[in-house]
Design a protein around this ligand. Structure first.
Ligand SMILES: C[S@@+](CC[C@H](N)C(=O)[O-])C[C@H]1O[C@@H](n2cnc3c(N)ncnc32)[C@H](O)[C@@H]1O
Length: 243
């Protein structure tokens, strides 16, 4: 997959909706889904006995910035400059307690960040459309985390898809290696438009097993939001502490 090309497509698609997305933040913050995620983020950052450095991958308009507690520095990274522009004045801005927020316009698959630096990395709503969860991206997160650092991300559960779409994806996965080059090329080009990368729980488990994370767990969460209904896989992982 050509991450630069897909990143440009993703950026263009969010550029078209960033104002609506920012308005939707005002609705979403009152939802049960937001309370659920807010609680997880608070638990993650307050689990450390000192203020922490945090990376949000695919931060969008900064919908979750106000949920963070015990954070001294936040890097909000996103591939879409318009979403980041909106993140300069995020929802519930008055409630934000982070003293130092840095917004970075980068593609997460290509970004180069400091190793062993962040205590917490989280990513909400980024994986799925145009963004695959791979051992490589998780390897990057692992490298950027400090020892004992914590990762939290969600990804659309493939079970959310219609059965016919699921079947099509499975057939494609099985047949792809034996297809003629020209057909593979056509499929690759289509994939580079805005591919969908939902996962099943067992597929995500297989991916996690290929990473250096010492411990992790995956939970299925039924998302109850006025903006989106479906099932998400939520994954929490931890980098090994130094002895
Ligand atoms: C559904 S929005 C979620 C935004 C925010 N995390 C939230 O929950 O409101 C997905 C965000 O991920 C960003 N994104 C997608 N692919 C990306 C990539 N490869 N690198 C960085 N950001 C990416 C998009 O630009 C978009 O802002």
């Amino acid at each position: 997959m050509n991450y630069a090309v897909v990143g440009e497509k993703v950026s263009a698609s969010y550029k078209a909706v960033f104002q609506q997305y920012r308005r939707d933040d005002e609705i979403e913050v009152a939802s049960q889904n937001h309370r659920h995620l807010s609680g997880i983020l608070r638990d993650l950052t307050t689990a450390f006995p000192h203020p922490v450095r945090v990376l949000e991958a695919g931060c969008g308009t900064g919908r979750y910035f106000h949920c963070l507690k015990n954070v001294e520095e936040l890097v909000g990274l996103d591939v879409c400059p318009e979403m980041l522009q909106a993140a300069e004045h995020p929802v519930l801005e008055d409630e934000i307690t982070v003293p130092n927020i840095r917004l970075m316009c980068e593609n997460i698959y290509l970004a180069s960040l400091r190793a062993n630096f962040f205590h917490v990395i989280y990513s909400l709503g980024m994986f799925g459309n145009g963004c695959p969860v791979t051992p490589e991206i998780l390897g990057r997160f692992h490298a950027w985390l400090a020892p004992g650092g914590k990762l939290f991300f969600n990804v659309v559960d493939e079970a959310t898809l219609m059965p016919s779409a699921r079947l099509k994806r499975r057939v494609k996965r099985v047949l792809y290696p034996v297809l003629p080059d020209v057909v593979q090329k056509t499929l690759d080009e289509r994939e580079n438009r805005m591919p969908f990368f939902g996962l099943t729980k067992s597929a995500l488990e297989q991916i996690m097993k290929q990473t250096a994370f010492s411990s992790w767990r995956i939970h299925r969460h039924v998302c109850q939001s006025p903006l989106w209904q479906g099932v998400l896989l939520e994954c929490r992982a931890q980098k090994t502490q130094l002895p």
